[in-house]
Design a protein around this ligand. Structure first.
Ligand code: R5P
Length: 297
């Protein structure tokens, strides 16, 4: 007998939990996090999970304070007899350290994947940062599903931007920027970018001179310090182009990145709702619900 799955959400924004309950008739779980004076946490699952598939929803941006409560919740569900434990993490952290860049460093993406693979049976995420890893299967030992934001992004561009020229942040972005370009029938270019430090990058866009009448739409998977976008916007402005839209899948916006990007003279900053932010204009929840539905068969 299949029991009604229970979905617990660690997010303040319960919209994904609600969408799963409404569309797939999951039960909304109630989870309580108590933080002791010494900053240890206690998780209480106030909804029966015995023999039921259990899902946890949590984006792992700013991951370090979130991971311990997540592991405690997963282990608590297991101890209470959950049939299976899945993680829906619209943003998957730690994927950018996919190589030891310097002597003495480790490969955090591998270790983080190993950690999550220990506590969960499967994972669903949106556009993880895959650069040197071709797929999540190279680092995760559990079943993983990747939801692509491309259809939702293409739809937004088609409806909101006249005569767009899409611009990918670096060479590895070609695959997804070209896909979005095809979906919205727009041309695309790719930035030649050099990262000189955490907050220092240089960016140039070959062939931009052919698209001076277009509206540039910069599309990146992650906006963190915002420097990739800011340097690219500066380069675009040097061609006399004054309208630029910055579109990111994951709105990390470290420290004052959002204000800095706003001040760079962009026309609009748009992100997907994988991480809650005032720039969220593209709703990914329907794509996540569809992925979960497929996963549940
Ligand atoms: C890098 O490979 C990613 O695709 C993004 O371009 C990068 O993470 C953006 O970072 P920032 O906003 O700090 O320039």
């Amino acid at each position: 007998m299949t029991r009604t799955p229970v979905v617990f959400s660690f997010l303040e924004d319960k919209s994904l939990q609600k969408a799963l309950c409404k569309s797939l008739h999951f039960q909304a779980g109630n989870l309580k996090t108590h933080t002791f004076p010494d900053e240890e946490v206690l998780i209480t699952l106030n909804t029966e999970v015995k023999n039921k598939p259990v899902f946890f929803v949590l984006s792992t941006d700013r991951p370090n304070g979130k991971i311990m409560p997540l592991i405690l919740a997963a282990e608590t569900a297991k101890a209470l007899g959950a049939q299976s434990i899945g993680l829906i993490t619209p943003y998957l952290a730690y994927m950018r350290q996919d190589i030891a860049f310097n002597q003495g460093e480790g490969i955090s993406s591998k270790y983080f994947a190993k950690l999550l693979s220990t506590y969960f049976d499967w994972l669903i995420t949106v556009d993880p940062h895959l650069h040197r890893w071709q797929s999540l299967a190279e680092v995760f030992t559990i079943e993983t599903t990747v939801v692509q934001a491309a259809p939702a992004i293409a739809k937004w561009i088609k409806t909101k931007v006249q005569q767009p020229i899409l611009i990918g942040p670096d060479l590895e972005s070609i695959q997804w920027v070209s896909d979005i370009a095809q979906r919205c029938d727009a041309p695309f270019l790719v930035v030649e970018k050099t990262r000189l430090g955490d907050e220092k990058v240089t960016a140039t866009i070959p062939k931009l001179e052919h698209y001076l009448a277009h509206t540039p739409v910069l599309i990146d998977d992650i906006i963190s310090t915002g420097m990739t976008m800011i340097e690219t916007v500066k380069h675009i402005q040097s061609y006399g182009i004054t309208k630029t839209i910055c579109l990111g899948v994951h709105a990390l916006f470290a420290k004052d990145a959002y204000n800095k990007l706003l001040q760079s003279g962009v026309t609009d900053i748009v992100t997907c709702n994988t991480i809650k932010h005032c720039t969220n204009q593209i709703d990914i929840n329907p794509l996540l619900v569809e992925a979960v539905q497929l996963k549940m068969g």
